[in-house]
Design a protein around this ligand. Structure first.
Ligand code: 5GP
Ligand code: ZN
Length: 114
């Protein structure tokens, strides 16, 4: 999608520190990390948010969660624990309107979130 920064990272039109890629997903380091490990895992397909997904995306959403689980193991945060966040919409704190999963680890997190 034109003018979407994450689509531009997928298309290599703007740089990203890519840590994983397959046909359906891309993972890259967050530009403003909030934890020692902070990776954004995105669908290559432009979906604006979790609010916009449908039945047709069921396989893709399952796949992306498996990618996240594997990345967490590879980054060495699986045993101690980690957090996966999908900010959705204005009140959810979403700032980039392309579906993305934050994979955060390497420190303790509090609950409830702010
Ligand atoms: P959101 O607030 O939508 O849940 O998360 C957007 C995330 O994207 C933020 O954590 C922000 O730091 C990150 N981000 C925004 N622009 C870029 C960029 O151009 N490159 C990378 N790697 N991360 C970005
Ligand atoms: Zn996009």
């Amino acid at each position: 999608m034109a003018d979407c920064i994450f689509c531009k990272i997928v298309a290599r039109e703007i740089p990203g520190e890519i840590v994983y890629e397959d046909d359906e997903t891309l993972a890259f380091k967050d530009i403003n990390p909030q934890a020692p490990v902070h990776i954004l895992v995105i669908t290559k397909k432009h979906l604006a948010s979790l609010a916009e997904v449908g039945e047709a995306d069921k396989g893709l959403l399952g796949h992306i969660n498996l990618v996240i689980s594997r990345l967490a193991r590879e980054k060495g945060i699986s045993e101690k624990g980690y957090r996966v966040v999908v900010n959705t919409g204005a009140e959810g704190g979403q700032t980039v309107p392309h579906l993305h999963f934050h994979l955060l680890g390497g420190r303790s997190f509090k609950w409830p979130p702010g």
